[in-house]
Design a protein around this ligand. Sequence first.
Ligand code: ATP
Ligand code: MG
Length: 200
Amino acid sequence: MYIKAIVLDNFKSFGRKTKIPFYEDFTVVTGPNGSGKSNIIDAVLFALGLARTRGIRAEKLTDLIYNPGHEDSSTSSGPREAVVEVILDNSDETLERSQVINAAGSEDVGDVDEIRIRRRVKETEDNYYSYYYLNDRAVNLSDIQDLLAQAGVTPEGYNVVMQGDVTEIINMTPHARREIIDEIAGVAEFDAKKEDAFEE
Ligand code: ATP
Ligand code: MG
C-alpha cells in the first residue's frame, strides 16, 4: 500500500483545490522556502489523524484553513473550511475488503483497490467541527486509526519522520534507539505482551 495522491482544498497555503500525485517508490518535493512543501506533510498527518503526537505546525485546528492574509489574521474572509483527502493505492490488498467495510461500518465502500481517507475542518462563528470520511462514508477518528494500524501505520509509529526526529535518534542512548528499531520491526508489541505475562 502506498500514497497515490493527496488532494488539498483550502488547506494552509493551498487556497485552490490541488491534487498532488505520488509515485510508488520515491517522490521528492522541491521548491523555495515557504512554498508549502512541509504543508503537504502536515496535510497527510491531518487527514490520517496522525497529528497529535507528530505535531502539525499550527496552534489550533482552524489555523489549518487557508487564510489569504495569513500573516495578518484580521483579514480572514471567505469559506472557512479546509479539506484534505489522502488516496491510498491498496491494489496489493494490504487491507482486505472486510477490514475496510468493518472500519466504514458499511458494505458500500466501492472498489477497495483505492482507499480514500478524507478529513474536513469547518469553522463557524463560535465553534469548529472536524469530520472524517473513509471512501465517502462518515467515520470517527478511531475507525481511521484502527484501520491504518492494521496496515502498520500508527500515531506512535515512525511512518512519518519529522524534521528533528533524525537528530533526536542520533542523540539517543543505544538502548532507546534499539527500542525504536523494535517498534518499526513490530517486535515491541511482543515485548509488552511478554512483560504482561510475567506480571501475571
Ligand atoms: P521551507 O523550505 O522553509 O521548509 P516549505 O516549503 O516547507 O519551506 P511551508 O512551511 O510548507 O514551506 O509553508 C509555509 C507557508 O505556508 C508560509 O508562507 C505560510 O504563510 C503559509 N501558510 C501556513 N498556514 C497558512 C494558512 N492557514 N493560510 C495561508 N498560508 C498559510
Ligand atoms: Mg519545510
